[in-house]
Design a protein around this ligand. Structure first.
Ligand code: 5GP
Ligand code: ZN
Length: 116
């Protein structure tokens, strides 16, 4: 999508610190980290949010989950654990309308301690 920030990051039109990429998924460091490790994982296809998912998006959803496992293994936090957050819509505080999974790691989280 033309005016989408994360579509521009995927295309390299806006610089980011890439963590992982395959044919369906792009992952990069969050510019304003809310934990020692804060990675955003996005589908290369523009999907506004969880609420807009359709049957056509199934392979992207699976690819994101597979990618998150690879990232957690590669970055060395798979054993200690990590938190995954998805904001959806206004009340959640979703700011960028391109589906993204936040991976937060590198600290021990409390019960309600997402920082969002
Ligand atoms: P949301 O609030 O929509 O769930 O999360 C959007 C996230 O994108 C925020 O954590 C914010 O810090 C991050 N973000 C916003 N603009 C940029 C940017 O230009 N580059 C990067 N790497 N992250 C961004
Ligand atoms: Zn987009």
């Amino acid at each position: 999508m033309e005016d989408c920030l994360f579509c521009k990051i995927i295309k390299g039109e806006i610089p980011s610190t890439k963590v992982y990429e395959d044919d369906k998924v792009f992952a990069f460091k969050d510019i304003n980290p809310k934990a020692p490790i804060h990675i955003l994982v996005v589908p290369k296809k523009h999907i506004d949010s969880l609420a807009q998912l359709t049957d056509d998006d199934k392979e992207y959803v699976w690819a994101i989950h597979e990618a998150m496992n690879k990232i957690a293994r590669e970055q060395g936090f798979i054993e200690k654990g990590y938190r995954v957050v998805i904001n959806c819509g206004k009340d959640s505080g979703q700011e960028v309308m391109h589906l993204h999974y936040h991976i937060l790691a590198g600290k021990k989280f409390g019960g309600n301690d997402t920082g969002f």
